[in-house]
Design a protein around this ligand. Structure first.
Ligand SMILES: [Zn+2]
Length: 215
């Protein structure tokens, strides 16, 4: 019984000693903040040292032509096929849902107009357009703005076919387009548990988050 009492006293006696330590740490944190802002003298002059962007896209899936208006299913520049599955995205371009989400994440991080504003789907010049062009155009804007990509994380939501077998190829494709190593790119595949439009293979969607740093 005596031991707990001793322990309590010891703890209590230490408390006053920790307060000055906590106070002395606060000025240190304040001093480090200006240093980070003035890193290389560029952060303050050309915008924030880090920017984050989010992109989302969805395409309706319809029977592939000539049976319907769907295009072949291409995700991340890779064509997906599965015996018995004959649906593809309806789009002016090739309908690559992942590349569209990535493009919007890049443009969003820069605070620029989205993919639909830069490349309107009403523009006939984009008929069947390879969506890698959109990503490349966005990456050029990132470079021009004085940034480089740190990493990209993405999720593709698709009931079928499974993207697992082609995930590495998609990852390599994206890394090449972004000019970064494959360790900076992540692709996750999810189903929609067979519910709602995506789960019933009537649509496909993709999410992308990118972070970039000032060069
Ligand atoms: Zn799209």
């Amino acid at each position: 019984m005596a031991k707990p009492k001793t322990a309590k006293r010891t703890t209590t006696s230490k408390r006053p000693a920790t307060k000055p330590d906590a106070r002395s740490a606060a000025p240190k944190a304040k001093k480090s903040a200006p240093k980070a802002q003035n890193s290389r003298g560029r952060a303050a002059a050309g915008g924030p040292s880090l920017r984050i962007g989010h992109g989302w896209d969805l395409h309706r899936l319809e029977p592939i032509a000539p049976a319907g208006p769907g295009r072949p299913l291409v995700i991340g520049g890779i064509k997906l096929e599965e015996p018995g599955f004959d649906r593809g995205p309806v789009a002016r371009s090739d309908g690559d849902v992942l590349l569209h989400a990535v493009t919007d994440a890049l443009l969003g991080a820069l605070g620029m107009p989205d993919i639909g504003q830069l490349f309107p789907d009403t523009d006939e010049r984009h008929e069947g357009q390879d969506s890698r062009l959109f990503v490349t155009a966005a990456v050029e804007r990132v470079t021009r703005a004085g940034y480089r990509i740190v990493n990209l994380d993405t999720t593709v939501v698709l009931q079928r076919p499974k993207i697992g077998p082609v995930k590495e190829r998609i990852r390599m494709n994206l890394a090449k387009m972004l000019g970064v190593g494959t360790d900076r790119v992540n692709i996750k595949g999810k189903t929609h548990e067979r519910v709602d439009a995506v789960g019933e293979s009537r649509a496909v969607e993709a999410h992308a988050v990118v972070i970039m740093e000032r060069v």
